[in-house]
Design a protein around this ligand. Structure first.
Ligand SMILES: [Zn+2]
Ligand SMILES: [Zn+2]
Length: 307
């Protein structure tokens, strides 16, 4: 990536600033769109693809995660929004938010920093492209949908396993410290949970790239952002009339995951409702009543057949 722009556009520039590189690429690479030009400027400026990818991933993760948590923190401070709080009797204190943030930050540096830095060499081995132009929007949309579906499947089964005996006691219990979650609790988890559930986010793009040899790092970066936004929103504790699941019935959202934290059982999936619906693991009193009604109907039917 760096060579393309070094040789063609920056021959006579000695250690150019980021601003100089941006204006150079904007002038000479008119066929690219704005994001592609900025992407190319970043890799050209860094002069080291491993560092460029590592830093890009780390900064994207931090900015998306904490950037999305900030509005939820502010919403918790404004009483007007309480009418949409799923568990209105519990508003997290500043102390709780601060403790949670420190733990998440520690986890980011200790658990996630190293894999992030090792990601570029892996990309090279798998033929994951970092060059411009990006793939078409149609291709990227297909890949994002596929990753959402696969991650949700992984999350459902791994999360169900984490609710089993020792896995819950020694690993998943940490994430359930908060019966009424708030944005920052999305990544508040034991390192083993961070790594195993994180596989659903990063592992499937790696497997996809291994088999297709046709995946772009920009597609993965956007997918990780979407997944982070989904996880933070699912832990927000708010269900608004304009929340996505009110328009897309199979989207899980905060209402779905809040019930999981409240009742400790059921609603194991991350993004969609179909796994819990199909396998009858929906959480909450309404789901329990529905389950009991269905069981009674079934029992009545069997009794009638016997007569
Ligand atoms: Zn759980
Ligand atoms: Zn959770």
């Amino acid at each position: 990536m760096t060579e393309i722009f070094n040789s063609t556009t920056l021959n006579n520039v000695n250690a150019p600033s980021f601003g100089q590189i941006v204006s150079n690429i904007f002038e000479t690479q008119k066929q690219l769109n704005i994001i592609e030009k900025l992407w190319a400027s970043w890799y050209t400026y860094m002069q080291n693809d491993i560092l460029a990818t590592g830093l890009l991933f780390f900064l994207t993760h931090e900015l998306t995660y904490f950037g999305r948590c900030l509005p939820w923190y502010l919403i918790d401070k404004i009483p007007y929004f309480r009418r949409w709080k799923i568990q209105p009797s519990y508003i997290p204190s500043d102390k709780e938010q601060w403790e949670c943030m420190k733990s998440v930050l520690k986890s980011h540096f200790l658990v996630e920093a190293l894999p992030i830095w090792a990601f570029h060499p892996l990309c090279k081995r798998l033929g994951i492209s970092v060059s411009v132009p990006f793939p078409s929007l149609k291709t990227m949309c297909f890949e994002w949908c596929l990753f959402f579906i696969l991650e949700d499947m992984w999350h459902y089964w791994a999360h169900r396993l984490f609710h089993y005996g020792p896995f819950y006691k020694y690993v998943h219990k940490q994430h359930h410290r908060y019966a009424a979650p708030f944005g920052l609790t999305a990544e508040y988890a034991h390192p083993i949970e961070v790594m195993s559930l994180g596989f659903g986010t990063v592992g499937f793009p790696i497997i996809y790239a291994y088999f297709t040899r046709d995946l772009h790092l920009f597609t993965i970066t956007c997918w990780v952002c979407f997944r982070l936004l989904q996880a933070v929103d699912a832990h927000s504790g708010y269900d608004f009339p304009w929340s996505l699941h009110n328009f897309v019935p199979f989207w899980a959202g905060a209402e779905h995951h809040d019930l999981h934290h409240h009742y400790f059982i059921g609603n194991y999936a991350s993004s969609f409702r179909w796994w819990d619906y199909t396998l009858d693991t929906e959480a909450g009193p309404q789901a329990k009543m529905d389950r009991e009604r269905r069981a009674k109907l079934k029992a009545d039917k069997t009794a009638k057949k016997r007569i």
